[in-house]
Ligand binder design. Structure first.
Ligand code: APR
Length: 254
């Protein structure tokens, strides 16, 4: 485990020598952009709710008018923030390496930083669709202020409620992005795991697979996680502080 402000020279060497770089990001990647992580306490209208209890098909079925404004507010928040230095560093890394970016995040900050995302494992907050027929729906107007209750719009095709295009707890991941993510974790020279607690499966199984195949796995996270004991190198730093230093060190001309 390393807490120093500079990256471990061994990690710099591994990244410098790598051609295929698989990157797995979680909520911590966007924390310094101002997007709270899933395990952060909620504030304001939803402070008495645990985020994980709102992000379920059961919550939606029980009370869509309560869940819908929470997602509108999250979408509004994501629209109002900017990629951080960590997102930008990963986009820069892709100018030097074959980067396969896999994210659990439902925001679009990697794309806005200039990265191509191979797989959004948990879907996208900004891709709305019908709950019943799955037809894509236009982005609704996002409120200036949070509201505690709001009716979801209805689908133009079938009249079902429009829902956010995220994967809720208990729902299956879309097969295609998951398989692409699996391939990227099975065939890589190095795997960087950034800002994920490693508690949500099957996403957390991907770097474990890489490690089992002997691929070096590097964790970037200010705190210890469920994956920390498994990884080859852990750097206790944040995404926005650590990634620019690591990418600069590994791509600088020698
Ligand atoms: N830089 C890097 N890591 C950070 C930072 C930061 N600035 N701030 C916090 N972290 C770390 C935390 O230490 C924690 O390990 O980010 C992690 C965030 O954990 P979670 O909130 O559990 O996020 P994630 O791992 O992405 O959750 C997985 O669970 O709730 C679902 O679908 C949701 O995609 C999410 C999934």
């Amino acid at each position: 485990m390393r807490t120093e402000p500079t990256p471990d020279p061994a990690v710099v060497d591994l990244l410098r020598a790598a051609t295929k770089v698989t990157v797995m990001t979680g909520a911590g990647m966007s924390a310094e952009s101002g997007v709270p992580t899933f395990r952060d306490a909620q504030t304001g209208l939803w402070e008495e709710f645990d985020a994980a209890s709102l992000a379920t098909p059961e919550a939606w079925e029980d009370d869509p008018e309560m869940v819908w404004p929470w997602y509108l507010w999250r979408a509004r928040m994501v629209r109002g923030v900017e990629p951080n230095a960590g997102h930008l560093a990963l986009a820069e890394l892709a100018r030097h390496k074959d980067v396969r970016l896999v994210t659990q995040n439902v925001d679009d900050l990697h794309e806005r930083a200039g990265s191509d995302v191979l797989a959004h494992l948990h879907g996208s907050l900004l891709a709305f669709r019908c709950t019943d027929c799955g037809a894509p729906a236009p982005e609704p107007e996002l409120p200036e202020e949070p509201t505690s209750r709001a009716m979801p719009p209805v689908c133009a095709e079938c009249g079902g409620y429009v829902r956010p295009g995220v994967v809720w707890f208990g729902e299956s991941l879309a097969l295609e992005p998951f398989e692409a993510a699996e391939r990227a974790h099975e065939d890589a020279d190095i795997v960087l795991v950034i800002g994920t607690s490693g508690v949500v499966f099957p996403a957390a199984a991907l770097p474990i697979t890489s490690r089992g195949l002997g691929i070096p796995v590097v964790e970037i996270n200010p705190d210890e996680t469920e994956l920390s004991d498994l990884v080859q190198h852990a750097w206790r730093t944040t995404a926005a502080a650590g990634l620019p230093l690591l990418v600069e060190a590994a791509t600088r001309p020698v």
